[in-house]
Design a protein around this ligand. Structure first.
Ligand SMILES: *Cc1c(COP(=O)(O)O)cnc(C)c1O
Length: 339
């Protein structure tokens, strides 16, 4: 059966680089949303804990509850809980939702500084503090998210400057309401590697920890290593005679007598079909014809084949980004942690 290998040494190597850039391990808030970007939630949580990571960021309350024994601090990005949990902080994404949080809930306010996807606007900040305090919520932090930190443009700089203003205003409000010092954070992977210093309380790091950060080619790239590799096993080999065709609709025709094999992986496992006929595996084997639900043909006779070592290489052939390739990998594929 197809399987996934997770490299502990690659993950720890990436965390070393990230901790160095951020200033300390304590500042790393590992983004484990969506099953740790498809890697496997508990597999990655266990390794992160072993490394000494103490903060996690997830999408849902369910993910946070599953991680409660791994991290003393967990931030939920996009769900309003029914009850309060001591280790979990929840994100207030808009003014209107404040009344729906349970009394006593730990919250962080997300502020929109230019992405215009979600978040409270700067003008609404005072209102948000007032409403949250009247609703009995504990405001612990204020954060934002960058829209183009990975691109070579000035956008990142103005958004960062804008967040400085937000911080000033939030500090005044916190003082006014007698709150403890707020936790400010803004940086995702790309932003961390664009900045030369990190004076915020923490950084929210996803893709860089998984070793698949891609920045504009002109920006300097850290030497990260992909953690996840995808493998498949051979079902059978055959010889194709010249002009014999492979797979649905026969989109690949042999030019000469060729040995090819069918491997036990397909789009049911999350392998994007868009890369049909246009991808070469790390060992040099070409993907031949259409990817089908559970089968894919390669110009190889090896018993096992590494489909990809780097999700970004596969993503390029499929016309997308590594993030999408990773999160689409079926949760049913067995994960094994290797050194
Ligand atoms: C997903 C996400 C991140 C992590 O982004 P990467 O580019 O993977 O580092 C950080 N912050 C927020 C709000 C996110 O949604």
């Amino acid at each position: 059966m197809a399987f996934i290998r997770l490299s502990r040494s690659a993950f720890f190597h990436n965390l070393d680089i990230i901790a160095h850039r951020a200033g300390s391990i304590d500042k790393i808030a590992l983004v484990l949303k969506d099953s740790a970007y498809g890697h496997g939630l508990l597999e990655m949580a266990a390794m992160a804990k072993e490394y000494g990571v103490s903060r996690a960021v997830v999408r849902s309350d369910e993910e946070a509850q599953r991680l409660a024994d791994y991290f003393p601090y967990i931030l939920v990005l996009a769900e309003i809980p029914k009850t309060v949990s001591s280790r979990i902080c929840y994100t207030v994404n808009s003014l209107e939702t404040i009344s729906r949080f349970p009394k006593g809930c730990r919250v962080e306010l997300k502020v929109d500084t230019g992405m215009h996807r979600n978040g409270i606007s700067m003008e609404e900040l005072a209102d948000a503090f007032g409403s949250a305090i009247r609703a009995g919520l504990k405001i612990e932090g204020v954060f934002t998210h960058f829209r183009s930190a990975d691109a070579l443009s000035s956008e990142w700089f103005w958004q960062y400057k804008f967040f400085d203003k937000v911080k000033k205003e939030a500090k005044v409000l916190a003082l006014q309401y007698g709150l403890d010092e707020l936790r400010f954070h803004s940086k995702n992977s790309a932003a961390l590697f664009r900045s030369t210093s990190c004076d915020e309380a923490m950084v929210r790091i996803g893709i860089a920890a998984y070793g698949c950060l891609q920045m504009d080619r002109t920006l300097s790239q850290p030497a990260l290593k992909p953690v996840l590799s995808l493998w498949a096993e051979k079902i059978m080999s055959r010889t194709l005679e010249p002009s014999q065709r492979v797979g649905y609709n026969g989109t690949y025709a042999a030019l000469k007598t060729e040995r090819v094999s069918t491997y036990d992986i397909g789009y049911a496992d999350g392998l994007l079909r868009a890369a049909s006929n246009s991808y070469v595996a790390p060992d040099g084997a070409a993907l031949l014809g259409r990817i089908s639900m559970d089968n894919t043909e390669f110009s190889s006779t090896d018993e096992k084949i590494c489909i990809f070592q780097d999700a970004n290489a596969y993503a390029k052939a499929a016309g997308t980004i590594g993030y999408e390739i990773l999160v689409l990998l079926s949760s049913g594929i067995k994960r094994e942690v290797v050194q």
